[in-house]
Design a protein around this ligand. Structure first.
Ligand SMILES: C[S@@+](CC[C@H](N)C(=O)[O-])C[C@H]1O[C@@H](n2cnc3c(N)ncnc32)[C@H](O)[C@@H]1O
Length: 301
């Protein structure tokens, strides 16, 4: 997604070290590799063991590539501070994750209710839904799904789980849908869309890891290096936008003052404005409609 824009935004230098924090199926990673010379290097991360298996298959023999099965908030454990010329985060879930019913992400395909990007750690959506307080379920749906029927949905889940454990995506979708009055359903949108997004974000701790991941990216970037982030919904984009704005404005205490000490000066500068997918790309891939790419460069250590 936004392939040309990402590759141009990262300003790939043949001898640079680059980090793809979200390998997926390697679309962007392969684009970066094409721009690298023999002395260049690429370190790829993904939390998903299946994405890592595909990286091993596709680029595992490449001497310039290192593959790390880890969340991108752990970049500094694998990459030296101030060494990278570019870091990319292409957030959210991949198409293979959504399309595989067995991963339990989708209300369109019935499967076990899991939703973990890394099924080897943490708890599944089914486990969480079985044990969380109704008030907590309601809070998660409201905060991460921005669904006005959060309380009703949580109550419906509370009732349904007494009958039997909710452990498939189809059953969860049905329970959620039953709580939303027909006249409030959004046209062309499955009534469980928002709640499913909320559970996925919660189970994967997506927003917390994004906050720490952005700090981690800044740490491993060299001065002059680029950070490129693609987000898919407003909650993610808000975090990225605020981070880049804060880092490009410097310490607010000193704003507008003369002789600002180095530690209070901005660490980043914005590169251009937010970029959205072209009409052509959206026509080919409907998910691109909500994608937003933001780029910033590190300007001081
Ligand atoms: C939209 S896909 C990336 C697609 C990729 N750019 C490509 O061209 O194929 C997002 C990927 O990021 C991974 N991911 C999401 N959050 C992550 C995190 N905190 N750390 C590492 N990987 C993450 C997901 O497992 C998924 O494979």
């Amino acid at each position: 997604m936004l392939f040309d824009e990402v590759i141009a935004g990262l300003d790939v230098q043949p001898e640079g070290l680059y980090v793809d924090g979200t390998y997926g199926r390697g679309g962007h990673a392969k684009g970066v590799l094409e721009g690298l010379g023999e002395k260049g290097a690429l370190v790829v991360f993904d939390r998903d063991p299946e994405a890592i298996a595909s990286a091993r298959r596709d680029v595992g023999d490449e001497a310039r590539v290192r593959i790390c099965h880890a969340s991108f908030d752990r970049l500094p454990d694998f990459v030296d501070a101030a060494s990278a010329r570019g870091v990319l985060f292409d957030l959210g879930v991949s198409s293979p994750q959504l399309d595989d019913a067995a991963r339990g992400f989708s209300f369109l395909r019935d499967g076990p209710l899991d939703m973990r990007m890394d099924p080897t750690s943490g708890y599944s959506a089914a486990d969480w839904i079985a044990t969380a307080e109704e008030s907590e379920i309601s809070r998660v749906i409201a905060a991460y799904g921005e669904d006005r029927f959060a309380r009703r949905i949580a109550q419906a889940i509370g009732v349904a789980r007494v009958e039997s454990r909710i452990d498939t995506t189809a059953r969860l979708a049905e329970v959620v849908a039953s709580a939303i009055p027909a006249r409030f359903r959004e046209p062309g949108k499955h009534p469980a869309t928002r709640a499913f997004q909320a559970f996925r974000i919660h189970v994967n701790r997506e927003l917390e890891l994004l906050e720490t991941g952005l700090e981690a990216a800044l740490k491993v970037l060299a001065v002059g290096g680029r950070l490129a982030v693609i987000s898919f919904h407003s909650l993610e984009d808000r975090i990225v936008k605020r981070f880049m704005r804060r880092e490009s404005e410097g310490d607010p205490m000193w704003r507008g003052m003369p002789n600002i000490p180095e530690a209070a000066q901005p660490r980043m500068a914005l590169v251009g404005k937010a970029i959205r997918a072209s009409d052509n790309e959206v026509a080919e891939n409907v998910r691109a409609r909500s994608a937003i790419l933001r780029i910033a460069t590190k300007v001081r250590a």
